[in-house]
Design a protein around this ligand. Structure first.
Ligand code: ATP
Ligand code: MG
Length: 462
């Protein structure tokens, strides 16, 4: 609201747009608030001191308000409305939009958005909604519909296919047939998208509590294999029933963690998703005499890097989780030192999942779970002790003890003289009651700290 008001008072038009309006209409709590305006990025920046312009393909201003960051974008228009020279730099040969920084009015902006349900504009000052694409009707009917020609829009930005699927799963909506049909034919375009952006999308797809239904839609529409290319080649013979059961189990676990508010980890999810291709490739190589599990892991991860970004550290951690599977399975070595390894908890979670999948007998997993529980108990005991020690060291300070004693006596006497004070109508009777019941007996304690005693007396008198 503050962002909208500031922009309006600077003479610009401004509305809330996108997911927040959609969620408010569906009585859900918005994840974030997006604002759009006719002010240009530099003009927005002048209005807000704590803001910065980001993005090349799509310039946005991030405005910081207290702890929150609000995305403010300028109304956009189609790149093709401009001269062909500009169009060349804005659109690739395949039709992908490289730059989306051509500014227009609110109606043109609505046409640039991905889905009708995401193109509603709410003016918070009068709570009026502007709808240029029949998004309100689609929300009421539970339909996810791409704005404009779906094929063209997916070619402009293939991530829109993932967004269509995500919102259908998240809101439990049906995808309009014209928006759904082209997806399976165009799914391969996903590989052209920036690898960083895809990592971000993967988190959004699987970490919002609907991973199972997202997975089903991704699979049905051929989007899963381009996202995880190791499933698309010989390693895994496509997504067979066994892999589907494995992934279903994983996403079921992810959803239940979201519901119970437990933290989620991209590294663990990646390690678990890619466990199957890794396992299959290992089985293939084991038939030959010489095989090296580290190089197999690297092969699978290199394949994954062709679609999504994985940093060196992330790659290393996924490999560690896989390596630890063999260590944990063998049940030899010093349990304490194994448990101190950075990826032990993630590795144990994967081991548990494998045991639930009946890939390994439960006896392999149980001792580790017991050990982990013991460790947890020890850790909490240690935590409790250290908290107690901290408290004790604080109470040991010289000032604290008389203060604590004074406070205790204060409380007891306050309760005992409260009734007397309640009966007193005359201030002098009140003060004599105070001195009889409160000040005089306290003197013994308060003499050690006179200023403190006076503060306490003043506090009670007031
Ligand atoms: P969420 O609830 O996940 O935040 P959202 O719809 O708000 O959902 P954002 O990523 O915050 O998603 O995007 C804000 C708005 O920007 C969207 O509602 C949509 O109108 C527009 N938008 C986002 N991505 C695209 C895209 N690839 N193409 C066109 N418009 C997009
Ligand atoms: Mg949003």
């Amino acid at each position: 609201m503050a962002v909208v008001q500031s922009l309006k008072s600077s003479g610009y038009s401004c509305e809330l747009v996108g997911g927040c309006v959609r969620d408010l209409l569906l009585s859900k709590t918005p994840k974030d608030f997006d604002v759009c305006t006719n002010a240009l990025p530099d003009q927005i920046k002048k209005v807000f001191r704590r803001s910065n312009v980001i993005g090349r393909r799509f310039r946005l201003v991030l405005v910081r308000m207290g702890r929150e960051t609000i995305q403010v974008s300028t109304y956009r228009t189609q790149p093709r409305l401009r001269k062909s020279r500009h169009r060349k730099s804005a659109v690739s040969k395949k039709g992908k939009v490289l730059k989306d920084n051509y500014y227009g009015n609110i109606e043109q902006d609505a046409k640039r958005r991905d889905l009708t349900i995401n193109a509603l504009y709410l003016d918070p000052s009068d709570m009026r909604i502007a709808d240029y694409t029949n998004g309100y009707r689609d929300i009421q009917n539970g339909i996810v519909r791409v704005i404009g020609n779906a094929k063209h829009r997916y070619r402009e930005d293939p991530v829109r296919m993932l967004r269509t699927v995500r919102f259908a799963a998240e809101l439990d909506f049906r995808i309009d047939s014209r928006s759904l049909q082209p997806i399976s034919k165009m799914a391969e375009l996903i590989t052209d998208v920036s690898h960083m952006r895809l990592v971000d999308e993967i988190s959004k797809l699987f970490f919002h509590g609907n991973a199972q239904s997202v997975f089903l839609l991704l699979r049905e529409n051929g989007l899963f294999a381009p996202l995880f290319p190791a499933y698309a080649d010989g390693y895994c013979d496509q997504i067979d029933d066994e892999s589907v059961t494995w992934l279903d189990l994983l996403f079921q676990e992810t959803d239940s963690r979201v519901r119970s508010g437990q933290p989620l980890s991209l590294i663990y999810t990646m390690a678990a998703i890619l466990w199957f291709p890794y396992k299959r490739l290992t089985a293939q190589k084991m038939k030959r005499k010489f095989w090296d599990s580290a190089s197999i892991a690297q092969n699978v991860l290199l394949r994954q890097k062709q679609s999504t970004f994985l940093s060196k550290e992330q790659t290393y951690r996924v490999q560690e989780i896989w390596r630890l599977q063999y260590v944990l399975e063998q049940q030899s070595g010093d349990a304490a030192s194994i448990s101190r390894q950075a990826n032990f908890r993630a590795a144990l979670r994967l081991l548990e999942l494998r045991s639930r999948f009946s890939e390994i007998p439960p006896e392999v997993c149980k001792p580790w779970i017991r050990f982990r529980k013991q460790q947890k108990r020890k850790y909490y005991r240690y935590k409790r002790k250290s908290r107690k020690r901290k408290f004790q060291s604080w109470t040991d300070r010289r000032k604290f003890q008389p203060m604590l004693a004074s406070a205790a006596i204060l409380m007891i006497q306050f309760v005992s003289c409260r009734n007397q004070l309640n009966c007193c109508t005359n201030p002098s009777t009140a003060s004599s009651a105070l001195s009889r019941f409160f000040i005089v007996p306290s003197l013994g304690v308060f003499t050690t700290n006179h200023s403190l005693s006076m503060q306490c007396v003043e506090f009670v008198r007031r």
